[in-house]
Design a protein around this ligand. Sequence first.
Ligand code: ARG
Length: 233
Amino acid sequence: SAFCVSAQADTLKVGSHPTFAPFEFVDSEGKAIGFDIDLINAIAKANGDTVEIVSMPFDGLIPALVTNQIDAIISGMTITDARKERVEFTDGYYKSIQSVLIRKADAEKFKKVEDLKGQKICTQIGTTGDKFARTLSEDVIAMNNEPDALMELRNGGCAALINDRPTNLYYLLQSKATEIGELKDDSLYLNPEFYGIAVNKNNKALVKRLNAGLEKIAASGELKSIHEKWFGV
Ligand code: ARG
């Protein structure tokens, strides 16, 4: 897989944490599927490359990349300044925002994000949502994944769950947790996040190659059809 040496056609080892539907999750056979998985496969195919998805915990992805165990990360990973100090990102491929889930019984108590100040908040470890939660409260429980965090909220282990909106809404719908709802606060729209594919800092050739692939699948309409497949629009 030695992609760090050249940008010749190759098998890309791509790390992902597949508990983040509809971007990456596993089917009944344990195979990684989702928007990100289709996206990276389409980009690679457009470039004449192939992809091997390597599953790992979200907070292990950047360490695995910087130690060359993988060539790239696709994991709904937000492009942030802090991460940019350690890795290189491709162009953004998806615009997201944070969202807050609460128990509907608390809807009168928690009307704005700031009403959560000092509350016990569930997050997913290593995420932008976790960082955001820590600006509101010192009482943050970082879970390994979104389904566990949602379970914790339902069980009363925390007052709110903060994570990326598409994923929050996906698991909320899937769990049929009718007692849980979304806290509506327009201020969340003020801080959009963009997902990018992360690559090693010394691997500019691969960043270029992935960006070129992304442009190709945008131009061909394939990006649009992958979006339609997973988001219905
Ligand atoms: N976008 C958020 C971040 O970059 C959450 C991503 C979590 N992704 C995952 N596959 N678990 O921090």
